[in-house]
Structure formats: C-alpha cells, structure tokens
Design a protein around this ligand. Structure first.
Ligand code: ZN
Length: 466
C-alpha cells in the first residue's frame, strides 16, 4: 500500500481483528490497569488547526520501558467548511478502526475505556514513535472522510496532562450524550446499524435507535445519521425500520431483515427492549452487561471498570465472555451506560423495576434517571455481595421484584412440578460460537448444537426446596 510506504509496518484491513497478548506486548496504553485514559475528537475553526501536525506530550514509544502500562490520551482536532460539532462522535469512533489497521497494534473500546497494545515485533520493525500512528490516522481520516479538510493529532502520555484533559473529555462526552436525549424511537422511520465490531464479533450488528445507543456508548442515533450521510458505504448505515411487529419487545421488520443479512443469517430476530429470548447481540466493547439473577428473578448490571466480583460471584470479564462475540444469549445483554438513561431501558422486562443490583459507581452516574420510588431499593456491592444477602435486602426494602416472587408461588400450585422429555434425543442448546474454558485452554465450538438424551426442566423454587 503506497499510501503507507514510510510506515515501518503494514497497514491494512487484514490486521483489524488482530489481538496482542500480554507476553507479546511492547507497551500497553490505557486499559483496565489505568484510571485515566481517553480519546476525543473535536471540530475546531479552520484557523485553529494546522493540517498534518502531530504533537506528542510526554514520553514517546521508544522512551517507554518494554512491558510498561501507561496512561494515554489521543485528541483528534479537525476542521472543514461543512464540518460541525455534531460529527465529533463519528470522527472519534473511527480512531478505533484506523488504529486497528496497523500491523501489531490493537485498539479496544472507546472514550474513557480505551485499551491499546503494541506488539514487540512491530516495535522492533521500527514502529517506535507515536508519530507513525499520527501519520496513519491523518491519512485515513483525510482519504476516507472527505468532509475533513484539516486534521491535527495529539498523543499524551504525561500523567499530569492526561488528568487535565481527562476531565474536559468526560464533560464533552456528557454534553454530547445529553444533546442526543429526547427523541423517541416511535418518531423516526430510519434507525442505524453499525458493523464496526465485526472484525472481533462476526455476527454482531449494532442497532442504534434514538433510545438505544450503540453497545459501546459512543454512537447515538444522531451520530449514526451523520456517519451514514458523510460515508454511506462505511461501517454505519441506515436501516428502514419497517413494520412494527411487537411494540412491547421492540421488534421491527426492517431491523430483523437487516440484522439477518449483515450477520450472514446468524441472527434472525432482535428484540430491542428486553434481555430475554431474542436480546440484542453483544459485541466485545460494550460498556456494561446486564445479567439475569435467577435466585431473585431480577437483572444485575456491571460495568467494564468494576474491579470486584458481582453479586453472583462473577467478575465483569466472565460475564462479558458469556455473551461477547456477537452472540444472542438469553438473559445476557451487553450495552451502553447511556441506555440506562433511556425510557426504553429493558422496558419489556419491567425497566428499572427489574434491576436489582449494580455497582455504586454506576448507580451514582445514572441516579437521576432511576425512578425515585425504586432507586433506594436497588442493591450495590455495599448492600449485597451474594444472592442470599441480595434476597434479604430486596425483601427488606420491598423492591418491586418481590411482587414477582409472590406471583410465582401462586403459579407453582399448578400440578406439573417437573416435566421430563425422554423419548427422543433433542438439541438442548445451540450457539454460533460457544467458548469453553478449561485447564488453561479455551476451546471455541463454532455452530455448536449440544444433544441430550433427557431434559429435565425444573423451576428454581423446586431446586431451592431440596
Ligand atoms: Zn462494539
């Protein structure tokens, strides 16, 4: 590729899904071990941007000791006569795709969650300065988004400078999200799809509606619209919503058709407002994940930066693994934090009345969007660290979920307490990609169907009683 002749490693789409493992890494930029990290795009006046300028504040790649983990910030400043601030989210999300084109470089997540690694091989080939990353970004922005006339890029590794810019970036994200609130799903004919994550999650199609942000939390409906208009052949595209099939669950004919096509037939049906049956698929970069807690018939939510284990004894990473990769898993739902501020947030499941546990940090962040009559009834890690405590807490606070327990007891008086299906071998579980972790190995079964000679269906109450 002649466009990148002066870059010491190759640059191309084929490197997009590449992972850099810990043992191969020269340096880690941002990531879970670092508190402050960010990437931010800004649209500036023409005279405020010097086209092609790359600035490095703090140690450059060659000055960072091998194996280090460092705080990191990227600021992409752009200008153009028809460019406006409404495109900042779209420009910013492209950083992910473009940096992943670089051989031996991995970019995950977005905004304040960014996590990058450079491998030793590419470093040894000469990729030893952020200057090269700047050149790649600069050329791709200019060639792929013609609306951008000028770009300047700043890389920051200096901790003091990161702290200063981090709070500015967080305020910017919040302002952007606030601007996107208000429009309702019912008010639009078009929604947007995003396949930016398909390099890591092949069957994933993000469906972005006014009241449902992308899983990564970086693309609103307005961003989707802007992106599709400036780059219609790009990874973000318009979806004709089509006929409303199920208003409660959030099922639309146009969404189903597009998801089916774009997931190569892996996913045929998506319900946008529920975590059950046909939930939205989960990519790999979702900000948080909702998980069903059968003991209390409620949903817990945990975000990527939560360090401990959740109320069911599992950390974010394990819960994330059980749904990631573009799968549709009943009771699991990778999602954005912004979705928690939406009126459609698990609306079909009872909305906030179904949420029983979430980390304190997230509860604080979304507090004003939680209905006042339930906010104090939702447990955090300070109230419950296991499901027994959780159950006691919910009962004590009279969380709306408690009503569901009563209903279930009534249903249970019905005769059949255990159903057995024995006469034929039937598939009990199907999955397009099923990871099994055992003894230090990870085995991934593609298009798996698991058969059993006998299926026993029990209600959870029976199990408890024994
Ligand atoms: Zn994603």
């Amino acid at each position: 590729m002649s466009m990148f002749e002066d870059i010491p490693v190759e640059v191309g789409v084929i490197y997009e899904g590449e992972r850099v493992r810990k043992n191969d890494m020269q340096v880690e930029l941002g990531g879970p071990k670092v508190k402050e990290k960010f990437e931010l795009a800004k649209v500036r006046p023409m005279e405020a941007v010097e086209d092609g300028k790359v600035t490095i504040i703090g140690p450059d790649l060659k000055d960072i000791p091998e194996g280090s983990v460092v705080p990191f910030g990227i600021i992409v400043e752009t200008a153009g006569p028809t460019l406006d601030a409404g495109l900042e989210g779209v420009i910013e999300r492209r950083i992910h795709g473009y940096l992943n084109y670089i051989e031996g470089f991995m970019h995950l997540n977005q905004r304040y969650d960014i996590w990058m690694r450079l491998n030793k091989k590419s470093f040894q080939k000469g990729l030893n300065s952020f200057g090269y990353l700047g050149k790649v970004l600069y050329r791709l922005f200019k060639s792929e988004l013609s609306i951008i006339e000028k770009v300047q890029i700043t890389f920051i590794t200096d901790p003091a400078k990161i702290t200063e810019k981090f709070s500015e970036a967080v305020a910017d994200y919040e302002a952007r999200d606030a601007k996107a609130r208000g429009l309702k799903d019912e008010e639009v004919d078009k929604v947007y799809g995003c396949v930016l994550c398909q390099s890591f999650a092949p069957s994933h199609v993000c469906v972005i509606t006014p009241q449902r942000y992308s899983n990564c939390g970086a693309i609103s409906w307005f961003d989707g619209k802007a992106s599709a208009s400036i780059d219609p052949k790009g990874p973000v595209f318009a979806i004709e919503r089509g006929e409303l099939i199920n208003a409660e669950k959030g099922e639309f004919s146009g969404v189903n058709e597009t998801v089916k096509k774009r997931s190569m037939g892996d996913v045929n049906k998506v319900w946008l407002y529920t975590a059950f049956d046909y939930p939205h698929t989960s990519c790999g970069c979702f900000e948080a994940i909702a998980f069903y807690i059968p003991e209390v018939d409620g949903l817990g939510v945990v975000h990527r930066n939560f360090k401990g284990v959740t109320v069911n004894g599992l950390p974010f990473s394990t819960l994330a693994d059980s749904a990631a990769g573009g799968r549709q898993v009943d009771g699991f739902h990778g999602m954005s934090i912004e979705y928690m501020r939406s009126k459609k947030f698990f609306a079909a499941d009872g909305g906030w009345n179904r949420i029983v546990w979430l980390p304190k940090e997230i509860k604080e962040r979304v507090k004003e969007f939680i209905p006042a009559d339930v906010v104090d009834k939702i447990a955090t890690e300070e109230n419950a660290t296991n499901t027994d405590d959780l159950k006691a807490f919910l009962k004590d606070k009279n969380h709306p979920i408690v009503e569901r327990w009563v209903e279930e007891t009534a249903v249970e008086e019905a005769p059949a307490e255990e159903a057995q299906i024995e006469d034929q071998t039937m598939p009990v579980m199907t999955a397009s990609s099923l990871p099994i972790t055992a003894g230090g190995f990870k085995i991934i079964l593609k298009d798996a169907k698991i058969y059993a000679n006998k299926v026993i269906i029990k209600t959870l109450k029976d199990e408890k009683a024994k």
